[in-house]
Design a protein around this ligand. Structure first.
Ligand code: GDP
Ligand code: MN
Length: 398
């Protein structure tokens, strides 16, 4: 689950990571109030107005703007709230901005220069280790740094059993070219950041830029956080940070019915029980000359309700030319699934595309009989091979 910058910063702060302070606002008036509050609490004359969307590269798209007085705050917040922000990460349609973070300006001039770094903590699944990735080239697109100057990206592997060690934090601060107070502050920053990543069960914390201020403090200016969905049950308070308006609407609908759905670009919708079988089914569709329109795992209980929800979600995709239902009846009985398909079909009425149902396992023969005698435009198969042949046939007929 992705969260917004302001939420990521709140988590970081709760673990003792210093952040660029800010207050979230949904209107230009709230933005002005926020700026006044920042002035009294942090003596911040200038503020930055930052669009809150689940995508990076906001600065490049005009979603991060400096405001030097309250009139500018009002003007710039007014421009950004409600805009369709296009960044290199949003796709050409962009994303609607409904909130801005009013943040203290931390790039103030001083006796020493400000400097931007890149620091992220992420999981390396192949190695079974956490990785602290860091670079002196902060504030820029890290993919570009990786492409043009890969030697400027460092990686520190952390054994999850023992956690980040003091010498590792010092090595990172050293490699970033720091000394004195900034060096010390960076080691604290890295240790607290690692703890935030670890204790929230996250799969990524990316801070770009990490800033060394002109008075040698280290702080997080940005926060891109990915919390592991499978661990959210242990973090009820983070679950509330979910912003479904940032997610694919059909995927949100599916998760309400406990379905695992991922939309794809093909023409054959599929409804399957079990993720492994769903993958195999997608392969079979490809072999039969089709392209899967989605991944849909209905889980262990394939009854009329789940099948109906599945149909509705699949049919909301105009590219779908046929639907393949592939259910293995282990704990669920195939005849009950077949009845579920028939009931759902009748309830929705008039499904415009052919449906191929392959049921295998307990009571498969009875299930096929039910489907064949239902009088509906549903083709049945017991073998996967037969189902694939039917997919090819209905696609050719189209
Ligand atoms: P992103 O573009 O989505 O990654 O958003 P960031 O939060 O990283 O902000 C983009 C850029 O805005 C940063 O790299 C900074 O250069 C700039 N920026 C952020 N905060 C401040 C600030 O307090 N003062 C000034 N002058 N610039 C800032
Ligand atoms: Mn950034």
């Amino acid at each position: 689950m992705n969260i917004h910058e302001y939420q990521g910063k709140a988590i970081l702060k709760s673990f003792g990571v210093r952040v660029q302070e800010g207050i979230v606002a949904s209107t230009a008036e709230e933005a002005v109030e926020a700026a006044k509050k920042l002035k009294t609490e942090y003596n911040s004359d200038w503020v930055v107005v930052k669009a809150q969307i689940h995508a990076g590269g906001r600065g490049k798209g005009g979603g991060v703007k400096l405001a030097k007085n309250l009139d500018e705050v009002k003007e710039k917040a007014g421009q950004i709230i409600g805009m369709q922000l296009i960044t290199p990460q949003t796709g050409p349609e962009g994303k609607l901005v409904s909130k801005v973070l009013i943040a203290q300006d931390v790039y103030y001039p001083g006796e020493s220069e400000t400097k931007e770094f890149y620091v992220s903590v992420l999981l390396d699944r192949a190695k079974g280790r956490n990785i602290v990735m860091y670079s002196t080239e902060g504030g820029m697109d890290i993919e570009e740094v990786a492409e043009h100057t890969p030697h400027l990206i460092f990686k520190e592997e952390v054994d999850p059993k023992v956690g980040l060690q003091g010498f590792q934090a010092r090595k990172i601060a050293f490699n970033l070219g720091l000394s004195g107070d900034a060096f010390k502050d960076m080691t604290k920053f890295i240790a607290a950041l690692y703890r935030a990543y670890d204790e929230t069960d996250s799969s990524m914390f990316e801070i770009n830029p990490v800033l060394k201020t002109s008075d040698n403090k280290i702080l997080a200016v940005d926060a891109k956080v990915n919390l592991d969905d499978n661990a959210l049950f242990r973090h009820k308070d983070y679950e509330a940070m979910r912003d479904t308006s940032e997610e694919d609407p059909t995927e949100v609908e599916a998760s309400k019915s406990n379905l695992n759905y991922v939309k794809l670009d093909g023409n054959v919708g599929c409804m399957v029980n079990g993720a492994g079988l769903a993958m195999a089914t997608m392969d079979i569709i490809k072999l039969a000359g089709g392209e899967p329109a989605n991944f849909l795992d209905v889980g262990g209980t394939a009854n009329a309700e789940t099948v109906k929800a599945g149909f509705n979600i699949i049919l909301s995709d105009p590219n779908v030319k046929a639907i393949l239902i592939n259910i293995f009846g282990g704990i669920v009985r195939c005849d009950r699934v077949a009845q579920g398909v028939i009931d759902a079909y009748k309830e929705i009425g008039n499904i415009p595309v052919p449906i191929i149902v392959r049921l295998q396992g307990t009571n498969a023969v009875e299930a096929k009989k039910l489907i064949d005698e239902s009088g509906l435009k549903v083709y049945s198969a017991i073998l996967l091979k037969e189902a694939a042949a039917l997919v090819t046939k209905v696609l050719e007929e189209k």
